[in-house]
Design a protein around this ligand. Structure first.
Ligand code: ADP
Ligand code: ADP
Length: 227
């Protein structure tokens, strides 16, 4: 699903964010990406969604080399990736329905199809019936679930999460991870960037570790079943 080969990223100004990173996330695999603040986690995710581009090396997503992908093809790539953020980036003056429907509206689905898919996505995250609420009326955990519903409403092959539990207590954090697990069980590949080591320790997934831009652990996937 994701393959990095000798990937380096140096920001304009000379800040080295990633150095010769190699790793592979298999189709249908779920893994954690960890490391201290500044280790390069966000940068690695930004290379996958082409918010930033690699300075050297090759990035493959679903078998396609995206290091030099044309600007016009980026929206097609992103359509297959669901992105979840710590601060969930919700539109607070719009309804839950409008927030979750956004990716489908952009793709030009009919209203009937949008209603059906939004209801299904909200059902999956346990928010069925909250379509007409404003996110502002919901708890932090519920707001994060709206962000997750929006990320999966398109049925993407890959889910990326950047500190998805950063603002949540341990119980709610575990609930969110269990939710990622259900998507993973349904075949979605999942990569979760977090520095919450307590949370990682309670799950059985592979952990990729970055230190000062270098991958220092978890890059080997020999223990994973071949598919
Ligand atoms: P993490 O997500 O693990 O906290 P980041 O990927 O945000 O790490 O940052 C890795 C390094 O790259 C840090 O030293 C950070 O200051 C630097 N960095 C991140 N984004 C930029 C940018 N847009 N311009 C310059 N330096 C950046
Ligand atoms: P977070 O910790 O929530 O990922 P950050 O504060 O690290 O957020 O980064 C916020 C934004 O600023 C990101 O888009 C990141 O790429 C950018 N950024 C981070 N470090 C630097 C830096 N040293 N110079 C310029 N931009 C940076």
């Amino acid at each position: 699903m994701i393959r990095f080969e000798q990937v380096s990223k140096i920001y304009p100004g000379g800040q080295k964010a990633l150095t010769e990173v190699n790793f592979h996330l298999r189709k249908g695999e779920m893994a954690f990406l960890t490391g201290h603040s500044g280790a390069g986690k966000s940068t690695l995710l930004k290379l996958i969604t082409v918010i930033e581009r690699a300075s050297a090396g090759r990035v493959f997503i679903g078998g396609h080399d995206i290091a030099n992908i044309k600007r016009g093809h980026v929206p097609y790539l992103r359509r297959d990736i669901g992105m979840i953020f710590q601060n969930h980036h919700l539109l607070m003056d719009r309804s839950v329905f409008d927030n979750v429907a956004l990716p489908l509206v952009i793709e030009g689905f009919t209203l009937g199809e949008i209603r059906k898919r939004v209801a299904a996505a909200l059902d999956m995250v346990g928010l069925y019936g909250k379509e007409r609420h404003n996110p502002i009326m919901l708890s932090g955990g519920e707001q994060q679930r709206v962000g997750i519903a929006r990320a999966i409403v398109n049925k993407p092959a890959l889910l990326l999460a950047d500190e998805p539990t950063g603002n949540l207590d341990p119980k709610l954090s575990m609930d969110i991870l269990r939710l990622f697990e259900t998507f993973n069980d349904a075949g979605t590949s999942v990569l979760i960037a977090t520095h919450d080591l307590g949370l990682i320790a309670r799950m059985k997934y592979r952990t990729l570790t970055l230190r000062q831009g270098r991958m220092i652990g978890g890059e080997s996937d020999v223990a994973m079943p071949v598919n």
